[in-house]
Design a protein. Sequence first.
Length: 370
Amino acid sequence: MNRKWISLCSLFAAFLLFRAAVSPGLQTKWKGSVKIENGVTVVRNPQAPLYGKDALILQEELTIGKPGSPPEALFSDIRQVAVDGKENIYVLDSKESLVKVFDREGKHLRTIGRPGQGPGELDNPRSISISGDEIMVAEASRRLSFFSLAGSHLRALSTKETWALMAETDSKGDIIIVTATLDPKAPFYSYLKFDGQMNLLFEIARSPAPNASKGYNPFMPISYLRVYEKDNIIYGYPEDYTIQVFNPQGKLIKKITREYTPVEVTEKERKEMVADTPPSIKFDFSRYHSAYRRFVADDEGRIIVQSWEKGEEEDIFLYDIFDAEGRYIVQAPIKGRPFVALKGKIYGSAEDEEGNPLVIRYRLIWKIPD
């Protein structure tokens, strides 16, 4: 082989290495590990994602709530967003105590509920969840109200002595409730699964809640849970970067971990928290934020996790995205708070420059080769 040919081969090899460094589609060597430990699949991820930031583009394609919109398309306080199989969008406005429904183009279709405590009325609604052709609204008055997707009130169910902070249904109509036990020495959150008649099936997990007697730490780890694919459950207590997956019977089947660098709580964040809190509250600030904040899951098994890392703008956070196997594949900046990921789209809430609540939908454009 002559020197000219060797030189050309060397240049070509260097070109391939360069492309692997800058092109997300060519970084195919994942540096994590998958092991079975005590019958549980444990996926350990490195700190860096598999692909670069250009592997995913989020294209903003719909905004609801812009100033000048008709009253039915404006919001006071967006508590949660849900989406049905036809891509209709359900927005829980907790301040107005109702659910506004829009089609996939953002046209207002109807309003579900109204303020009050009677049948079909909503009293301080906390969360919404869609299962089949029903929507469930959890209310602070220890009641679950069920409506058809067309808006008809179907029934109400008492949560009895269980104080539901949030509630979510699965495809079988079972109900998962987040409740708090205000033990003065060691308060905690419980994640409980009930059948459709509010008979307790089992406790999924529990985690510490804020303890005012020890000083209020607004940056402490707060646990989080969502119903996942096939009625599995994803749960996390972000004291460290671990996400747990339980099957519908409450058995732990997978753990997903990621190496990470903790994000420090800034002096600005501390001052803002003090300014917005009554002077009687005593603080016990931590140095760092929790490992992550919250997550959503899409219909293809991906988990989208909000980190505490900020993007270029104040209201943009960086989200860690894991594939269906639990591999950390890409980090993406998203404005506001996502609630639903469905059919290649993300639905969330944000605010405009004047602080008006908005619903935003993004289309996910993947640049990863098959």
